[in-house]
Design a protein around this ligand. Structure first.
Ligand SMILES: Cc1cc2nc3c(=O)[nH]c(=O)nc-3n(C[C@H](O)[C@H](O)[C@H](O)COP(=O)(O)O)c2cc1C
Length: 419
């Protein structure tokens, strides 16, 4: 038995039950998402730092314009005045999503991963623009992630596509699900799918900093399935976090999962946005190199490689151009940590900012090497070429391996000759 024996039914359509999870900033690129869509599955793009992503792809200048507008504030720890231009956010969002959607050619779908914790110094207004513009641009689905806001559905309820776009949530506990559902029931708009993310996932974790080890995906998945059964709700449940082989996926599909969401295996795909040298870092990583820390300014634990350059940052906060993680009122824990380090630094000593990192800059520069727990196993999935460099597989190879492999086997990509 393999994953191909199953199908995900969603919104009247049928998909290969493999979803590539959203990976900001531009790790799950347009090309990566499209590779899943073309094979009949679902691919996510992410709207994290969308203005910056647009500047890179379309040579627009959203970031430099915003940076110029607020240049006078750059030495000021008070960032409360540094707001995004909502029209620009809408424009960038549409540009990026239309660019992706217009290239669809398969039977699958493209969803947007929308991390609500990207508060952008105006959490409600910016979230409203992000979600509504995404629907304007024709996105097939919205996956609401990190920092789920109970009022999110209210922000989009007037959009003409509110009832036909697929809406999903990522949760890590039955408790979070129950709270979200209460509001959804009131609006008579239940989520169309529920992604249950366990503690082995990449990116931010929906657990406490000290307790993620005491949870496991299988238990939370079972609790969610039982809860929905008790409530009489028939919503596809999609486990995520640590599903490394097609056989791991089949284990969940046999238990009634609608699909699986996977990401780590795809970080090293040719189509993924990480620079090739960083993909080699992922491939070379050992289990001891993968850590969960509190360096992110979101307040959530985050998993990353211990040698991520961002952990050594002592740079001036970069909020003028970026500022995606500013809490309402212009606060960010990196700003506090940075100015505290300056105040405490003894003369002649280098500046060291402890505990927090400028995550906007780290993610923009691919200096924050966030990854799933199974990253140390990536070396099992590809060939080592002459000279010790790892071959980077096509996303298609990885997708098809998930879809057709059995007995925990992993089919290596065809060996590339080194030119
Ligand atoms: C490099 C990387 C970046 C990620 N970034 C995000 C993100 O921006 N938003 C999000 O909701 N999840 C993010 N995730 C989580 C994935 O979407 C996915 O749910 C999870 O990693 C699946 O587990 P796996 O990586 O073990 O397959 C990220 C995962 C990885 C590996």
């Amino acid at each position: 038995m393999n994953v191909d024996n199953f199908r995900l039914q969603l919104g009247g359509k049928e998909y290969v039950p493999i979803i590539i999870g959203g990976m900001g900033v531009n790790i799950s690129t347009t090309e990566l998402a499209l590779s899943a869509e073309r094979l009949g599955g679902i691919g996510h793009i992410s709207d994290a730092l969308v203005t910056y992503v647009c500047d890179r792809i379309f040579k627009t200048s959203y970031v430099s314009r915003k940076r110029k507008q607020y240049a006078a504030h750059s030495d000021n720890p008070d960032k409360s005045a540094e707001l995004f231009d909502l029209e620009e956010i809408a424009e960038a969002q549409k540009k990026y999503i239309e660019h992706t959607i217009s290239q669809k050619s398969g039977k699958g779908a493209i969803f947007l991963n929308c991390m609500e914790k990207l508060t952008m110094n105006s959490s409600v207004e910016t979230l409203k623009v992000r979600l509504n513009s995404a629907m304007d641009a024709g996105i097939d689905g919205l996956t609401l992630a990190a920092g789920l806001n109970l009022r999110t559905l209210d922000l989009i309820q007037d959009h003409p596509r509110f009832r036909d776009v697929q809406i999903g949530i990522i949760i890590s506990s039955v408790r979070a699900l129950a709270i979200f559902l209460k509001r959804a029931v009131r609006l008579n708009r239940l989520p169309d799918y529920i992604i249950v993310e366990g503690p082995l996932a990449g990116g931010h974790l929906g657990f406490g900093p000290g307790d993620w080890q005491s949870f496991d995906l299988q238990t939370i998945f079972t609790e969610v399935v039982e809860f929905l059964k008790k409530e009489g709700l028939n919503i596809p449940v999609i486990p995520a976090g640590g599903i490394f082989t097609g056989t791991d996926a089949v284990d969940y599909l046999k238990q009634g999962a609608g699909a699986v969401q996977v990401a780590t295996r795809f970080t090293i795909a040719k189509e993924a946005g990480l620079p090739s040298s960083v993909k080699q870092e992922y491939l070379n990583a050992e289990e001891k190199d993968i850590v969960v820390n509190m360096a992110s300014t979101t307040g959530y634990p985050m998993r990353m490689l211990v040698n991520s350059p961002t952990l050594r940052y002592a740079i001036k906060p970069n909020c003028e151009g970026l500022g995606y993680l500013l809490e309402n009122g212009g606060k960010c824990t990196y700003i506090d940590a940075y100015y505290q380090s300056i105040a405490e630094r003894k003369e002649g000593e280098p500046l060291v900012v402890k505990e927090k990192t400028c995550l906007c800059t780290g993610m923009a520069n691919y200096d924050c090497w966030t990854c799933g727990h199974t990253t140390y196993r990536l070396k099992e999935t590809t060939n080592r070429l002459e000279g010790g460099v790892w071959q980077l597989p096509d996303a298609k190879d990885i997708f098809l391996d998930y879809q057709f492999s059995s007995d925990h086997s992993i089919r290596l990509p065809e060996l590339e000759s080194v030119s």
